[in-house]
Design a protein around this ligand. Structure first.
Ligand code: ZN
Length: 409
């Protein structure tokens, strides 16, 4: 179970004591289910009457349910409580520059049904289409009571307003941090689908996924999720707290400039880390390598997707291998920067590149060993794509609102 930091309770001005107790109870049920009310009182230190009131409310709202009778030596047999996985669900949305994926899951983030749609260049049109898909998903599973929608975005969300302020890879002219243009995604979606919506950066969502469901983060208070996709994102959990900074812009390592006069980045800067180490970078390296070759190259070889490039690499195509190796080298440069900056216990890597981990890991490690003063204390590990870390990370955005005490919210 994640540590609950009592010292931060007084700064949670919008939270009532009852809200906080409710989260503590819900998290105890999640982590220790099945559990009786008496055990809840013992583990939480709360009064039995408080436990009764909160659990009744949670049952009414369908978050939890009463199961089998427990065994006691004497007296009334207690009823065990557990999460209402058959009834309660959450919708997660993973927005990427070309394709958006959404899924309905249970409270343990197990996927019940999944859908996808193109991410179009007009955000208004996109949000309308997304809302329709969410409504269709809900009506296809009428037995599931939906608790909310979590949206992971390839960009940064302002800490207080929750508006999208920075998303250079989406290409939406409505979002331009240098011109002070931002976009409300949460408000219109909430209105359209009639559910609470949580929005955050996709890498932050992946960091929460690892904290909630991951195999590697047990006992770790510090971890970084590194998302390698069309761009590069980092989600940083430090001392058990997600780092957002006062504006929500903290952690934009993908846009740290490695080479001052390097290639142009979508953010307007030059030579950013993601220009050298993202999927887009690998595709560009491959194109540059292939230029001037005879006209016999297939279209896939001339302008491949990252999937095709990784396939070619796997088949032993030399230029594809060179492009992936070059991307891996620059991933190492940035990972060395992260380790030198934060010295975290754990860095988890999310993205298509993890399919070629046996090839890229030694390259990343070599660069890290060369560049870091103390490289060996940080564990670097890929997350399985089949675990859907981005999508289930979006689910975690909703879970943390309900289950976690304010220090982590
Ligand atoms: Zn940039």
């Amino acid at each position: 179970m994640r540590k609950i930091n009592l010292s931060d309770f007084q700064i949670a001005t919008s939270e009532t004591a009852r809200d906080i107790n409710r989260r503590i109870i819900l998290n105890l049920i999640r982590s220790r289910q099945p559990i009786s009310r008496a055990e809840l009182a013992r583990f939480s230190g709360l009064q039995r009457s408080t436990i009764s009131a909160i659990t009744e409310q949670l049952i009414t709202e369908q978050w939890i349910t009463e199961g089998a009778l427990g065994q006691t030596p004497r007296g009334r047999k207690p009823r065990f409580l557990h999460l209402n996985n058959d009834r309660a669900g959450i919708i997660g949305v993973d927005v990427r520059p070309r394709l958006t994926t959404l899924a309905l899951t249970d409270l343990n983030a197990r996927i019940i049904t999944q859908d996808s749609l193109p991410t179009t260049s007009n955000p208004q049109q996109f949000l309308n289409e997304l809302a329709e898909r969410i409504k269709n998903m809900r009506s296809s599973q009428p037995q599931i009571f939906c608790e909310g929608v979590g949206v992971g975005l390839p960009g940064r969300v302002e800490s207080k307003s929750r508006r999208l302020i920075f998303a250079p890879n989406l290409g939406w002219s409505e979002v331009d941090i240098k011109k002070g243009r931002d976009l409300d995604i949460k408000g219109p979606l909430e209105e359209a689908v009639g559910l609470p919506v949580e929005v955050d950066n996709a890498a932050n969502a992946c960091a929460l996924f690892e904290a909630w469901f991951g195999k590697f983060s047990e006992g770790n208070q510090d971890l970084i999720a590194l998302t390698v996709s069309e761009g590069i994102g980092t989600g940083i959990i430090f001392n058990d707290q997600l780092i957002a900074g006062p504006t929500g812009m903290a952690g934009e390592f993908g846009h740290v400039s490695l080479v001052e006069d390097g290639p142009q980045c979508h953010c307007g800067n030059r030579g950013c880390w993601e220009v050298y180490a993202s999927n887009t970078a690998a595709i560009n390296f491959y194109r540059q390598n292939s230029e001037g070759r005879s006209g016999s190259a297939s279209q896939e070889e001339a302008a491949p997707t990252i999937d095709a490039l990784l396939r070619l690499c796997d088949l032993g195509e030399a230029k594809a291998g060179e492009a992936i190796d070059r991307m891996a080298h620059y991933l190492g440069v940035g990972v060395a920067m992260l380790i030198t900056s934060f010295a975290p216990n754990l860095i988890v890597v999310v993205g298509e590149i993890t399919r070629a981990w046996a090839r890229v890991e030694p390259i990343i490690r070599q660069v890290v060993n060369e560049k870091c003063p103390q490289p060996s204390t940080t564990r670097l590990t890929p997350l399985d794509e089949l675990a859907h870390p981005r999508l289930r990370g979006a689910i975690s955005l909703v879970l943390q609102k309900h289950f976690v005490a304010p220090s982590f919210a």
